[in-house]
Design a protein around this ligand. Structure first.
Ligand code: CMP
Length: 142
């Protein structure tokens, strides 16, 4: 398998529920090592830019409103097959469909307040990591 990096966001609901530590511990247990971490309160412009691909979707306004409600934790995670591994650990977008024990099954309250974001491809992971981190803010562990 290949060592990859992916972007994870602990969304405002995860921060509000005080599960930052539990989520990061789970990533580490699963072989996803944080190599960059920041807490940030997204502006409307930053949230709209991050989710630009969803701009035409009916839920876009609510998604931006939710993502700017409070601070989030953004992380670059590194590990074997990190993009797919992170998505496996998160579970399905809608927590009703998420497998038992996944982060969304454990902590999410709905399809919007779904606690964590993860990049959906290696290509988007690189774009999303660059959105939040400069090269000198990421510390690859290989
Ligand atoms: P995320 O992985 O961050 O990527 C886009 C987000 O849009 C997704 O998680 C959900 O939080 C949100 N989303 C996707 N589908 C819907 C929907 N039908 N209604 C509200 N929010 C949605």
């Amino acid at each position: 398998m290949a060592i990859e990096q992916t972007l994870s966001i602990i969304k405002p609901d995860g921060v509000e529920k005080n599960v930052i530590g539990k989520i990061i511990a789970r990533f580490e247990e699963e072989g996803l090592t944080p190599v960059g971490i920041r807490m940030v309160h997204l502006s409307q412009q930053e949230a709209e830019g991050f989710y630009a691909v969803h701009r035409e979707r009916p839920f876009f306004g609510e998604l931006v409103e939710f993502m700017t409600r409070g601070p989030v934790v953004v992380m670059a995670l590194e590990g074997d097959n990190a993009v797919a591994k992170n998505r496996e650990v998160m579970g399905a977008t809608n927590p009703d469909d998420a497998d038992e024990g996944t982060l969304r099954a454990l902590y999410a309250s709905g399809i919007e307040e779904n606690t964590v974001h993860g990049s959906d491809s290696l290509e988007n992971a690189a774009i999303e990591i660059k959105y939040f981190f400069s090269d000198i803010q990421v510390f690859p562990r290989g």
